[in-house]
Design a protein around this ligand. Structure first.
Ligand code: UDP
Ligand code: MG
Length: 140
């Protein structure tokens, strides 16, 4: 079982000062932050990150959004953390997200939905290595 995933507090979450609230939710679930930094992606970096969505109708807009301001990127660790963090995030569209999820509580928009989380082991590996070298990730 892969024990690491990539989380992002997106530019809307940072500008709305939700960093602390999101981190509280993660830590409250017993998830450990193994690496964390603030970055401001260029449009090209955002396009590379979301390459799986290239050609979809929302690709241009979401990569504009992701490069519109700083993000907090984190490597999360914990048992079954990919699925657990996805459940904690809630559905992509906050209007469809379950009560108690981060997106239900904080997000208002299908695009500006506060958080990102890897959706599989394969994407977690790609996404973690997109932002972090192994040296930057703390073990325990
Ligand atoms: N997105 C959007 N419109 C859509 C679907 C997705 O703007 O119809 C944006 C949204 O910010 C989402 C991101 O593109 O978080 C990546 O989409 P994905 O389907 O991977 O959703 P996620 O894995 O983030 O729930
Ligand atoms: Mg996704």
């Amino acid at each position: 079982m892969m024990k690491r995933t990539l989380a992002i507090i997106k530019p809307d979450g940072v500008s709305r000062r939700l960093i602390g609230s999101v981190i509280n939710r993660l830590e409250g679930e017993g998830i450990r932050i193994a690496a964390m930094k603030m970055i401001w992606m260029t449009k090209e970096q955002a396009k590379g990150f979301y390459k799986v969505h290239e050609g979809k109708p929302f690709y241009e807009s979401v990569t504009d959004f992701m490069s519109s301001g700083p993000c907090v990127v984190m490597v999360l660790e914990g048992e079954d953390v990919i699925a657990r963090y996805r459940r904690l995030m809630g559905a992509t569209n906050p209007h469809e997200a379950e009560e108690g999820t981060i997106r239900k509580e904080f997000a208002t928009d299908v695009e500006k939905n506060v958080v990102h989380g890897s959706d599989s082991e394969e994407t977690a590996r790609f996404e973690i290595s997109y932002f972090f070298s192994e040296l930057e990730i703390t073990g325990q």
